[in-house]
Design a protein around this ligand. Structure first.
Ligand SMILES: NC(=O)c1ccc[n+]([C@@H]2O[C@H](COP(=O)([O-])OP(=O)(O)OC[C@H]3O[C@@H](n4cnc5c(N)ncnc54)[C@H](OP(=O)(O)O)[C@@H]3O)[C@@H](O)[C@H]2O)c1
Length: 297
């Protein structure tokens, strides 16, 4: 990843954030990094709606829950319509899994990692983006969306077999989700001027994200996650560090920017600055979503 030194923001302490007026949705806020971010924002006064399968923060002031299985495009569409987008100041997408060693397919016929980690976000983003923040009379900033993935790492994906039907290898399939998420940021920054869009690259952090790849609670998984845990920040430390970035007024002019684990801006993947390639990849993604009878506009 290469730093983008043209983008800077003023860092402040998370403890000095006053977020009482902030209305936030964290899609994937029930676990891992999304959960840590939700808890930090709520602790500073924000009202946070988390979307996921299993709610782990009942009783935590400021956190509400929408349950959904986002491997299904119909569910993503339902959640998007249920979200109070007009009132939201901030949306963070952290939903994700890792491609399994053997191809898994959802009931809608879509490869599971693509469905959960990328296409559900495409469906939700396109439905809510035009409505975002329209009903916030006193807002000082545009509504903003952060899409977490692995942007800026040179992954451009391959668009000829997005559903991995011709061949299936876990890593390239996951890299298609990585590329797709970076493209969502770059494309949305051009498509919608009424909101701002940013990418987040958390780097390696110990969570459940690799369960599907290494096998949940296997020895391999425990060894790998212990090593990652020893060498990297905890989800809580990452969230504490990132919270001021998420609400910083300094980002207003930088829609399309990506940020690394420590909150420094990084340059996008060079291939993804080619908007005709991005359009083709997104068109293929929309066609895959259409198999579930969900239309992305
Ligand atoms: N951790 C890392 O080292 C790392 C590295 C690079 C990028 N990232 C990116 O960071 C983001 C967050 O990952 P993480 O590490 O926080 O992963 P995580 O701990 O596994 O959390 C993933 C979140 O996605 C939700 N989710 C998974 N399947 C779902 C489904 N079918 N329907 C609805 N929600 C579902 C989970 O909710 P439930 O638990 O309720 O199912 C959870 O809230 C992902 O985009 C990931 O690619 C992480």
């Amino acid at each position: 990843m290469k730093r983008d030194k043209s983008i800077a923001w003023h860092r402040i302490d998370t403890a000095s954030l006053h977020l009482k007026e902030w209305k936030v949705a964290v899609v994937g806020g029930t676990g891992g990094l999304g959960r840590a971010i939700s808890r930090v924002l709520a602790s500073r006064g924000a009202s946070v709606t988390v979307v996921g399968q299993t709610f782990r923060d009942s009783g935590v002031p400021g956190i509400e829950f929408i349950q959904a299985d986002l491997s299904l495009m119909r569910e993503a569409e339902r959640v998007a319509k249920a979200l109070p987008a007009e009132k939201l100041d901030l949306v963070v997408f952290t939903t994700g899994i890792f491609a399994a060693p053997k191809r898994q397919e959802t009931a809608e016929g879509i490869e599971r990692d693509m469905a959960v980690s990328y296409l559900s976000r495409l469906v939700i983003l396109r439905e809510i983006a035009p409505r975002l923040g329209k009903d916030r009379p006193a807002a000082l900033m545009k509504p903003r969306v952060f899409i977490m993935g692995f942007p800026g790492t040179g992954q451009a994906g391959t668009l000829d077999d997005l559903n991995a039907e011709k061949s299936y290898v876990a890593m390239p399939v996951h890299m298609n989700t990585v590329a797709g998420n970076e493209m969502l940021v770059l494309d949305a920054a051009k498509r919608y001027s009424s909101a701002t869009f940013f990418g987040l690259n958390p780097g390696l952090i110990k969570t459940n994200i690799r369960d599907n790849f290494f096998g949940k609670d296997t020895l391999k998984s425990r060894i790998m996650e212990t090593i990652i845990g020893l060498m990297t920040p905890s989800p809580e430390t990452y969230a504490e560090r990132l919270a001021p970035l998420l609400v910083s007024p300094d980002l207003e002019a930088y829609s399309g920017a990506m940020f690394n684990q420590t909150g420094f801006a990084v340059l996008p993947t060079p291939r993804l600055t080619d908007s005709s390639y991005v359009s083709a990849f997104l068109a293929a993604s929309e066609a895959l979503v259409a198999r579930a009878n969900v239309r992305v506009s």
